[in-house]
Design a protein. Sequence first.
Length: 356
Amino acid sequence: GHGDGWKPLYAFKPSMNVSVGQSNYAASSPNTLTVTLETNMALEPGSKVTLTGFDGVATGDTENLLIMTGNGAFEPEASWTKDGGVLVLTVASGVSTKDVENVISFEIVNGPLAQGERSVAFGYELGTLGGDEVLRVDGLVAKSTDTLLIYVMSSSSSSSSSSSSSSSSSSSSSSSSSPGLEIYKIGQSNPVAGTETELTVTLSFSTDIPAGSLLTLSGLTGTVTSGSTVGVRTPDSGALFESVGAWDQASGTLVVTVGADGLAEYVPHEFKFDLEHDDFVAPGEVVAFEADVVDPVLGWLAVASLDLTGDAVTILGHGDGWKPLYAFKPSMNVSVGQSNYAASSPNTLTVTLETN
């Protein structure tokens, strides 16, 4: 791409700047990665640009990952290797890459686990340069235009990152914690069949949760609570949760909306609601939790589902009494006997009582 390149001892220093951004950091969700490449070279057709460090991605190995390019500078298919998160782009013919923004986007699926912000390294291979010699440059670090992380609702997940040393001037990625759930518990107050029980949910997040976000509990089946809403209470002051949740009896799903105050990070927040047991014995339900978080940049962001845990508390002698919608039918058997049925004589009455 250098018109004076033929001149004796004319020389330039190759440079390439790469920035990477993403569209969605929800775990197990599709994510469009956008790569912007600027260089002072017209890369020859067939030259390779390799990016590494997209760790934690679920997309499997393929030689035919579809690529969208803004100017057609790269071939429409690329090589993708899951191990190490390696993408190899091939320069197409007919379009100069020199001194322009070459924008490439491709879609992968985020993995199921939280990942901290990662450094993405890149290198390039400039074909044959008209002969047998191949120029290879590796170890450069891409700039991150958006935080490259995966957002997952899970128990405290440590952030992991990979980095490469830089041989050119570029910004390095700052560390970032992986948003998730520090505490995620549920329990009930009353395990007696045919009566009302109060369920308490305790949540603590490792990031602030904005107002309007939706918290969904599913699996609360086997109740006789009808209607489309359920009252929601909180012992905390302020508007942490909306006072009414959306209820679906058939699926046992309750959707609670985060109130105007939002939920502060690393603070346990409780909300309570009442459901009525059916009149039969039940072993308790596994209650799943998921969230749709309002993100100021991405809009609505769906995050992965997980099962709520709880503190094992014995209620009325039942070790599983704390479990959501566990129920037993109280029973009591009483028998009475006597020692003497003679009139005007002492008589010892014996009462035997058995109960569950």
